[in-house]
Design a protein around this ligand. Structure first.
Ligand SMILES: Cc1cc2nc3c(=O)[nH]c(=O)nc-3n(C[C@H](O)[C@H](O)[C@H](O)COP(=O)(O)OP(=O)(O)OC[C@H]3O[C@@H](n4cnc5c(N)ncnc54)[C@H](O)[C@@H]3O)c2cc1C
Length: 420
C-alpha cells in the first residue's frame, strides 16, 4: 500500500510587502502593550520606534500597584528598590516620614522596562523596527498610510499612535489638553553612603510654584530626582530644580542624564481616535493630573487600543470600523475617565493650597492610609475624592487665594475644561 499522501502545507497568508494589519507608533509602555495585544489577537503587527532600543526615557520609573497589575504576567522586571518610607516636605520644611503598610512602589529603569515590554510584543508575533520615526500619516478608503524618516511607505488597516506627549499622531487626531506641565529630571549617581541614606525611601516635596513638586526616587547607585510645574516659566522651574537638588545633596558628580519632558493631561472631551487611527498613553494625554503617574494609564490604554485595533482590522465595513473606534473611546473613558476627573479635582486643591494637602497627609493618619492604599493599587483617586474630607477640600480649593510666593507669570496648573 502506498504511504498516505502528506497534505500540502497551508500556504501562509500572502501580505503585500509594506502592508500590515496594525502599525503601532512608539515602543513605550502604551505602544509595546498595544503591539503585543494586537499581535496576540492574530494581527500582522509592525511596531515602529524612533529611538534605538533600549532607549532612555525621562521618567521617575516608579511603578505603583495599578502599573504592576497591568504588566503582562511573567514579564522580567529588574526592580532596583521598593519604597517602604515616604518622606513629605512643604518646600523643604515640615518634613514628615510615613511608613507604607504594604510596600509596593517599585523603582525601575525605563530603558529596561520598555525593552522588556517590547520583547514581549516580539514574542507575541509583532515585528519591531527601531531607529525608525513616523513622519507622515494619512488615511483613505479603509487604509492608513504611514511614511517614515527612512523613506519607507507602510500601509495598515489600523494605526495606534503611542508616540508620547510630543508625538505627531496626537496632533493628527487633534488631542486637546487641560493641563500641560514641564518636568526637569536628573539621574544622579550616588556614593555608597548616600545610596544607603535613600534606600527604600522616596521623597516628595510640595514645591514653591503652583501645582509643583520635587521628587527623589532611590535606585541603588543612582537616584532619579526632578521637579515639575505648569509649563510657562522654565527659568523659575530651573531655579527650583537647582535649589531642590542642592538641598537633597544631589549636585555632586555630573548626572548620567539631565533632561526635560512635557507631561499633558487631556480635556475630558478630547478625541481618542480619528477614523482608523487611535491614540493611547501620553499621546492621548492620559495621565494623573496630580502625581503625573502615567505608566499605568499607558499600559491600560495600550491594552484597550490593541484590542480595538484588532476589531478595526476585522471590520467588514467602514461603519463597523468607526464603531470599533468609538467603542475604544468609551472604554478608555470608563476605565480611566473617573480617575482623571478626580485627579484633576485633587490637583485644583493642591495647586491652590499645597499646605492643606501636606497637613492632611502628615497629620491625619487616615489620609496617609488612603494614599498608601492608592500606591499599592487597592483604591483609586476617584474613590479617595469621594471621602467627606476630600469633598470639602475640593469645594474649598478653587476659592482659596493663591499664596503670595507663587510666581504670577506661571499659568494656572489646571485650566477649566468644558463639560461633556
Ligand atoms: C520627569 C517625569 C517623571 C515621570 N515619572 C513617572 C513615574 O515615576 N511613574 C509613572 O507612572 N509615570 C511617570 N511619568 C509619566 C510616564 O513617563 C509616561 O506617562 C509614560 O512614559 C507614558 O508612556 P507612553 O508609552 O505613552 O509614552 P512614552 O513612554 O513617551 O513612549 C513614546 C515612544 O514613542 C517614540 N516616538 C516618538 N515619536 C515617534 C515617532 N514619530 N515615530 C516613532 N516613534 C516615536 C518615543 O521615542 C518613545 O519611545 C513621568 C513623566 C515625566 C516627564
Amino acid at each position: 500500500m502506498p504511504p498516505p499522501a502528506i497534505p500540502a502545507p497551508t500556504p501562509a497568508p500572502t501580505r503585500t510587502p509594506g502592508t500590515w494589519d496594525v502599525i503601532v507608533v512608539g515602543a513605550g509602555p502604551a505602544g509595546a502593550t498595544a503591539a503585543r495585544v494586537a499581535a496576540a489577537n492574530g494581527c500582522e503587527t509592525l511596531l515602529l520606534e524612533r529611538a534605538v532600543i533600549p532607549r532612555y526615557k525621562t521618567c521617575g520609573g516608579g511603578l505603583v500597584g495599578a502599573s504592576l497589575a497591568a504588566l503582562p504576567p511573567g514579564l522580567p522586571l529588574n526592580v532596583l528598590d521598593t519604597a517602604r518610607l515616604f518622606t513629605f516636605t512643604l518646600n523643604g520644611r515640615k518634613e514628615c516620614t510615613r511608613t507604607s503598610a504594604s510596600p509596593t512602589c517599585a523603582m525601575v529603569h525605563r530603558s529596561e522596562l520598555d525593552a522588556a515590554l517590547t520583547e514581549a510584543a516580539c514574542a507575541a508575533g509583532a515585528t519591531v523596527r527601531d531607529g525608525t520615526a513616523l513622519t507622515r500619516l494619512e488615511q483613505q478608503g479603509g487604509t492608513v498610510t504611514v511614511r517614515t524618516n527612512r523613506g519607507d511607505t507602510f500601509r495598515a488597516r489600523a494605526v495606534v499612535g503611542a508616540d508620547g506627549s510630543a508625538g505627531r499622531v496626537a496632533r493628527y487626531v487633534g488631542v486637546q489638553c487641560a493641563q500641560v506641565d514641564l518636568a526637569l529630571e536628573v539621574e544622579a549617581p550616588v556614593d555608597a553612603r548616600t545610596a544607603e541614606r535613600w534606600r527604600g525611601r522616596l521623597l516628595m516635596e510640595w514645591g514653591p510654584l503652583p501645582g509643583s513638586f520635587g521628587w527623589v526616587f532611590p535606585k541603588g547607585d543612582v537616584c532619579t530626582a526632578g521637579v515639575v510645574a505648569a509649563r510657562g516659566n522654565p527659568a523659575a522651574l530651573r531655579a527650583y530644580k537647582e535649589d531642590f537638588l542642592r538641598r537633597q545633596g544631589l549636585l555632586g558628580p555630573p548626572p548620567l542624564h539631565d533632561t526635560g519632558h512635557l507631561t499633558r493631561c487631556r480635556r475630558p472631551d478630547s478625541p481618542l481616535a480619528r477614523g482608523r487611527v487611535l491614540v493611547a498613553g501620553d499621546a492621548a494625554a492620559l495621565l494623573d493630573h496630580w502625581s503625573r503617574e502615567g505608566i499605568s494609564y499607558a499600559l491600560r490604554s495600550g491594552n484597550l487600543a490593541g484590542h480595538a485595533a484588532a476589531r478595526i482590522v476585522a471590520a467588514a465595513e467602514e461603519q463597523e470600523a468607526n464603531a470599533a473606534a468609538d467603542h475604544y473611546g468609551r472604554q478608555v473613558d470608563d476605565a480611566l475617565g473617573a480617575e482623571m476627573r478626580a485627579s484633576g479635582s485633587l490637583m485644583n486643591v493642591f495647586a491652590h493650597n499645597p499646605g492643606l494637602v501636606h497637613t492632611a497627609l502628615t497629620h491625619l493618619p487616615p489620609v496617609w492610609r488612603r494614599l498608601d492604599a492608592y500606591i499599592a493599587g487597592r483604591t483609586g483617586v476617584a474613590e479617595i475624592m469621594t471621602t467627606p474630607l476630600a469633598r470639602a477640600a475640593a469645594a474649598l480649593g478653587p476659592r482659596l487665594p493663591r499664596p503670595a510666593r507663587h510666581s504670577p507669570t506661571v499659568a494656572p496648573a489646571v485650566t477649566p475644561s468644558p463639560r461633556r
